[in-house]
Write a protein that binds this ligand. Structure first.
Ligand code: NAP
Length: 265
């Protein structure tokens, strides 16, 4: 475990502001999703961990339970309707409702040109990265709308603003998420549900290894942090924690860059 992760695992449970809340976090057995799950659980929420591989789910759940946190887990490939149904059912087992949905799961199966990408690549990336969060939310909606202060957080990427050559379809999917965030925010505001999006830069996870190499190849594209380092998953978790909290009660439809620099005006 890296030093920063150890440090955050020892975070004192000082402000358990999310007690009696239930959070579903997709893609949460490692990396950014795991850090978000841990943070929400440290704040007192019951967190439902999920990812494609049961073994990874079991490991993540065991690790967080060892830290005294309230978590359950289930296998869920977000692109599969049956898995999503099972995830919803597992989440409802705790207290019959869900307060927070954080859609972290995302894929990039191809490094190659946009126009050279096959239809299968387009379908897979758009299905997992864009369609799945909307489908999962539609399944959870009846169980979120009667809770006070429900919140949804999507996970886009800086490539939405500053596309990396050779990741064209992935760039496009992450730009689509910014639009999905805006649409859902206005659609769900009457139901009292806020929808926001975090936009990470290069965060130190297994996933970013491929992206980092691509960034090194396109110097000056602006994706690099203004600080001489990449980000840590826990730095994404902090902003998700804020977006789920009552301190963010008047914030919806916002895309927040967590990248060591923001190109947005
Ligand atoms: P990571 O460390 O590789 O973790 C990915 C997690 O998602 C794992 O728990 C993995 O577990 C799960 N997963 C993968 N495909 C899934 C699917 N189809 N359904 C459900 N779970 C799935 O990656 P990460 O860096 O934390 O990335 C997480 C998200 O952040 C992605 O959406 C990515 O696009 C975004 N992001 C990352 C960076 C970065 O620099 N790291 C920057 C911007 C945006 P299993 O293998 O068991 O499924």
């Amino acid at each position: 475990m890296p030093h920063s992760a150890r440090m955050f695992s020892q975070r004192e449970n000082k402000s358990r502001t999310q007690t009696n809340r239930v959070a579903v976090v997709t893609g949460s057995t490692k990396g950014i999703g795991f850090a978000i799950a841990r943070r929400l659980a440290q704040e007192g929420a019951h967190v439902v961990i999920s990812s494609r591989k049961q073994q990874n789910v079991d490991q993540a759940v065991a690790m967080l339970k060892e830290e005294g946190l309230s978590v359950t887990g289930t296998m869920c490939h977000v692109g599969k309707a049956k898995d999503r149904e099972h995830l919803v059912a597992t989440a409802l087992e705790h207290s019959g409702g869900v307060d927070f949905l954080v859609c972290v799961a995302g894929v990039n199966p191809l490094v190659g040109s946009t126009l050279g990408s096959s239809e299968q690549i387009w379908d897979k990336i758009l299905e997992v990265n864009v369609k799945a969060p909307a489908m999962l939310l539609s399944q959870l909606l009846p169980h979120m709308e009667n809770r006070r202060g429900s919140s949804v957080v999507l996970v886009s990427s800086m490539v939405a603003y500053l596309p990396i050559p050779a990741l064209g379809v992935y760039n496009t999917s992450k730009t689509a998420l910014l639009g999905l965030c805006k649409s859902l925010a206005v659609e769900l505001a009457p139901k009292g549900i806020r929808v926001n999006c975090i936009v990470p830069g290069i965060i130190n996870t297994d996933f970013s290894q491929v992206v980092s190499i691509k960034v090194q190849q396109c110097q000056g594209c602006g994706l690099c942090s203004a600080f001489p380092r990449t980000g840590e998953p826990e730095e994404c978790a902090g902003i998700v924690s804020f977006l789920c909290s009552s301190d963010a009660s008047f914030i919806t439809g916002e895309n927040i860059v967590v990248a060591g620099f923001s190109p947005k005006l």
